[in-house]
Design a protein around this ligand. Structure first.
Ligand code: FES
Ligand code: FE2
Length: 449
């Protein structure tokens, strides 16, 4: 059945964006169903549940979710809702448990979801309770390079199809080495903005030299790192901005002298940059086997977002009402990273993009004001302007996806809101367009590592 188009919030010819989508409660409720009830979302990492019977408490949209590894090693994601009256059956952030007893009346579920025990099943329920039909509500789960994804919609396409050609780029950050990665976190905090604003911001490199000027001056003084300037951004053709199967990415192409350049930004200082370079250089041949020459040596993933709410790596913008976002910050790095690198990455990411991070504080203030502007009926008469680079797409680019002609562009943002429309106007997954995988995945790396 073809869905009746209901939302038309972005004019991709003019870049005009309707601000109602940031404040309207009815739209928000529909997002929870049609986007967070349907899309694949990052919920965890295999390193957070390494052993049989481990569990980790997480969220999909507003829904509390228990990620478990059952005693056979299989991963599951369950709605944290007792099938009796709805009490949460897990109150801890993480742990190791074979089963979960609801603390209201004692119904007990195994970590593979089955309802194992009901007090008084004979005496109170006369053995009439359909116990087999009262398992925990289970989401579909898959992993990409150790990151666990889940969707409530069992009709959803595979995770591989959902990521599509975006994985060709993501591999350069998350799938470099056979050692795999570990995730450290989460650090959690509330941001008084709509969840879409931080996601949109991941492709907005236009703001970096302005918003983050004071942070970059501080970093220049203390860490000896060069500043990002507007001149460098506007004129450097080594940087790219592309929209790939619903996901927004930006990349840097490294020149021959910089193939060993750190694939990380935060945590790298003038004192440790040689350690990062040595570590990168030693692994280049190994990475080349896994990803092919171009992706291993030349391609550096920079700011990016995964639809709907994945922000810069494994960081999440979890919706908490139209004007509130719960932010989750994980650091993901290679499991075989030497301790000096791991420490630099943990502290560097926290110092920049943690709750008290220099860059994060700069950003949050902008996001808050942008979302709040939509509260005013006067301001809502005037659309957001996302017109930068309309029609300027590089049709000749050999890179997968829709590549903007210039690095500084709002093409990804227009496409992000168009993707939002596609989800919101669809009756089911059958109405949501998905691009076929066309990139050539050179090397031995796979979806699962
Ligand atoms: S609500 Fe869980 S046992 Fe009653
Ligand atoms: Fe920023």
């Amino acid at each position: 059945m073809v869905a009746t188009k209901k939302y038309s919030i972005i004019d991709t010819e003019t870049g005009a964006l309707d601000r109602r989508i940031f404040v309207d409660e009815d739209i928000y409720q529909e997002e929870l169903e049609k986007i967070f009830g349907r899309a694949w979302q990052m919920i965890g990492h295999v390193s957070l549940v390494p052993n049989p019977n481990d569990f980790f408490h997480t969220y999909m949209g507003e829904d509390p979710v228990i990620l478990t590894r059952d005693n056979t090693g299989q991963l599951h994601a369950f709605l944290n809702m007792c099938r009796h009256r709805g009490n949460r059956i897990v109150r801890a952030d993480e742990g190791n448990a074979k089963n979960f007893m609801c603390t209201y009346h004692g119904w007990t579920f195994s970590n593979d979801g089955r309802l194992e025990h009901v007090p008084g099943v004979s005496e109170a329920y006369y053995d009439d309770l359909p116990v087999d039909e009262l398992s925990l509500v289970e989401a579909k789960v898959d992993t990409y390079a150790g990151i666990v994804f889940a969707t409530w919609d069992h009709e959803a396409p595979s995770l591989e199809a959902y990521l599509g050609d975006a994985r060709w780029y993501l591999d350069t950050a998350f799938n470099r080495r056979a050692s795999g990665t570990i995730a450290v976190g989460p650090m959690k905090w509330l941001e008084p903005c709509n969840w879409k604003t931080p996601v949109d911001n991941c492709s907005d490199n236009y703001h970096v030299p302005v918003t983050h000027l004071s942070s970059m001056i501080a970093q220049e003084k203390v860490q000896g790192r060069g500043r990002v300037t507007q001149e460098r951004q506007f004129l450097n053709s080594n940087f790219n901005h592309m929209f790939v199967n619903g996901h927004a990415l930006t990349t840097q192409e490294l020149d021959d002298d910089n193939e060993d350049s750190p694939r990380y930004f935060h945590g790298v200082t003038q004192d440790n940059v040689h350690q990062f370079r040595d570590w990168q250089r030693e692994a280049l041949e190994h990475v080349e086997e896994r990803l092919g020459t171009y992706r291993a040596r030349k391609l550096n993933l920079t700011n990016h977002s995964l639809f709907p709410n994945g922000v810069l790596g494994f960081r999440l913008a979890l919706p908490r009402g139209p004007l509130m976002t719960e932010f989750w910050h994980f650091v993901v790095y290679e499991a075989d990273a030497p301790e000096v690198i791991a420490t630099a990455l943990r502290t560097g990411h926290g110092n920049n993009n943690g709750a008290a991070g220099l860059f994060e504080q700069d950003d949050i203030d902008n996001w808050r004001q942008v979302s709040l502007s939509a509260v005013s009926p006067i301001a809502r008469k005037y659309a957001q302007d996302l017109s930068m680079g309309v029609g300027r797409v590089n049709g000749a680019s050999k890179l997968p996806g829709e590549v903007s002609e210039r690095y500084i562009s709002e093409n990804n943002q227009r496409n992000f809101y168009r993707r939002w429309e596609e989800f919101m106007n669809a009756e089911s997954w059958a109405d949501v367009p998905l691009d076929p995988i066309t990139a050539e995945f050179e090397g031995t790396a796979t979806l699962h590592g």
